[in-house]
Design a protein around this ligand. Sequence first.
Ligand SMILES: C[S@@+](CC[C@H](N)C(=O)[O-])C[C@H]1O[C@@H](n2cnc3c(N)ncnc32)[C@H](O)[C@@H]1O
Length: 214
Amino acid sequence: MTANQCAQFQALLARRAQGEPIAYLTGRKEFWSLELQVTENTLIPRPETELLVEQAYARLPFDGKALVIDLGTGSGAIALAIAAECPQCRVLATDKSTAALKKVAQANAQCLGLHQVAFLLSDWWALGEIKATLVVSNPPYAAANAPHLSQGDVQYEPRSALVAGVDGLADIRQLIAQSVFHLVADGWLLLEHGYLQAEGVQALFEQYGCEDLQ
Ligand SMILES: C[S@@+](CC[C@H](N)C(=O)[O-])C[C@H]1O[C@@H](n2cnc3c(N)ncnc32)[C@H](O)[C@@H]1O
């Protein structure tokens, strides 16, 4: 290494020693075999979120008319993975963070040549009259006082991508409550939630008249 490279490496090493996630040091993270750019304004996509992509793919009709919406797209991970798997689908990716949507998710779509993905800066369902075949979301679902927020990689990630009110269900509640207005008949809402939230999330789906809960 040159002296300059060595200095850069040492600086990265020092940041890593402080606990900064590797993905923020390299600016990259693999998701669904896609190489994605990430920044400190986006969640670092998790392998477990690939399950949402699998579940979405399994429910998509192949007639070329499906509209899939990814609410809270962050780096674009879910939307871009679905678009890569299902080129005939139209995909709309939204986020309320300009820094995530415009600087990262859109740039990732461009780099990957996934031009069928549209992007919209929006607060959850502020989408107008749109109805989708399938809505998918990995929303914030940590409780405000969750101890892991100050641990590991998570402490470096944006709070706005993680925390959802006192019980962690504030955003999921909103997503479920208004889904009926944005889904076609027999449409699906697929959500990631915390490992202790299954009962609470199921109760919300039931409260708002959703069927075929899985
Ligand atoms: C847990 S991150 C998920 C990011 C990405 N979908 C993934 O799985 O890696 C949640 C995302 O929701 C976005 N978000 C939070 N509140 C929102 C809101 N009210 N409307 C739209 N997006 C929101 C955050 O900016 C963040 O990008």
